[in-house]
Design a protein around this ligand. Structure first.
Ligand code: PEP
Ligand code: MG
Length: 374
């Protein structure tokens, strides 16, 4: 691979002397984490664990877990997933060499991991017409019934994030154990350390975070006790729904850190689908002259931005030590970074290749803030 230009790294290094915003990266595997560190990331601000199941060899285990019809089936799928996840986390901890790693618990829109309802219904119909054997028909019909049960009209507003963990506490329990075992494996190696943060997604109620935190702490502490080891770790949450920002003081009672998820926060505050915005009505929105920007690229300061500001203030009113960052796409956008500086976030987290830009932007934002204060 081409080596990073040394002059370039030197210039970015000057920016580092100026900025006070931390710059971390979003990465879900060892190679991306290593690339992020090479580009100057000071940690992993978001590791999306559902992304670890996109590969075809991983999908069957995820299907089994999501489509399970009872606890026994689900636990058997989770038992298969745990060692896979342990390997995933170990690779990331190893790549980050002791820098902070924030692992987010599963946040899968269910439709991304399930057969499509219509395709499954057509499959059953075709099997019926072609006179398939009873056993095949039976199993495809059972699958269809389960897909129908789990089908959601708006999966992005459905059983995502901690809602899944609230329904099936075995899932956060499994992930917390896999994370801890991975951390222990790294700690067993001479001279290696791990800075662990576990993040709960899509929280909008205090009770959700309280419950999920309890599950995580119990599982992590149990794994540590079994190994006779100690490890400091933090548990925090995403703030990515308007209610979470509005009630950030209640939520902060149970959080060591907040990470603002401005992708979902933009979607839910503006009522614009993040998945359809690019090719759809945003073009019209822009050409009408009403809004001159894409709110998913540069933060909507007056709306979403005010919720971030409120979230930081309310959170810190309860916990002055609360660490605050952003891990939505805006974390790599210079204009948004300028806004995050004024709000007083501690760090931004962006995709690995945007890390150098974020380092420059953070320095520029700091200088602009100093100028404005004169
Ligand atoms: C977000 O919503 O901003 C976020 C970082 O989470 P995801 O994009 O995975 O929903
Ligand atoms: Mg999100």
């Amino acid at each position: 691979p081409p080596r990073l230009n040394e002059d370039f790294l030197k210039v970015v290094g000057w920016a580092d002397e100026i900025r006070d915003l931390g710059v971390e990266a979003n990465a879900d595997n060892g190679p991306d984490a290593a690339k992020a560190r090479e580009l100057g990331a000071e940690g992993i601000g978001l590791c999306r664990t559902e992304h670890m199941f996109f590969g075809e060899h991983r999908l069957p285990a995820m299907h089994e877990m999501i489509l399970a019809t009872n606890d026994e089936e689900r636990q058997s799928a989770l038992d298969k997933i745990l060692p896979m996840q342990q390997d995933d986390f170990e690779a990331i901890f190893t790549a980050m060499k002791g820098l902070p790693v924030t692992v987010r618990l599963l946040d899968p829109p269910l439709h991304e991991f399930m057969p499509d309802l219509v395709s499954q219904a057509l499959k059953v119909q075709e099997l019926e017409l072609t006179g398939a054997d009873e056993a095949t028909l039976e199993s495809e019909r059972t699958l269809l019934a389960q897909v129908r049960k789990l089908h959601e009209q708006n999966p992005m507003l459905g059983t995502r994030g901690c809602r899944l963990g609230m329904l099936y506490p075995q899932i956060p329990d499994m992930q917390a154990r896999a994370i801890t075992r991975a951390a222990l494996a790294v700690l067993d190696r001479e001279g290696e350390t791990v800075q662990l943060q576990i993040m709960i997604p899509l929280v909008h109620l205090e009770q959700e975070l309280k419950t999920q935190r309890e599950i995580v702490v119990k599982a992590v502490d149990d794994e540590l006790a079994k190994a006779g080891k100690q490890l400091d770790y933090k548990v925090g949450t995403m703030i990515e729904l308007p209610r979470a920002a509005l009630c950030a003081d209640q939520i902060a009672e149970h959080a060591d850190f907040f990470s603002f998820g401005t992708n979902d926060l933009t979607q839910t505050t503006l009522g614009i689908s993040r998945d359809d915005a690019e090719n759809g009505f945003l073009g019209w929105y822009e050409s009408s002259g009403v809004v001159q920007r894409d709110p998913f690229a540069t933060i909507d300061v007056d709306g979403v931005g005010q919720l971030v500001k409120m979230g930081v203030e309310k959170g810190r009113s309860v916990n002055p030590q609360l660490n605050t960052g952003i891990c939505g796409e805006h974390g790599g956008d210079p204009d948004s970074i300028a806004f995050f500086q004024t709000v007083g976030l501690d760090y931004v987290s962006c995709s690995p290749y945007r890390v150098p830009i974020a380092r420059f932007a953070a320095a520029k934002a700091k200088l602009a803030q100093a100028d404005a204060a004169k």
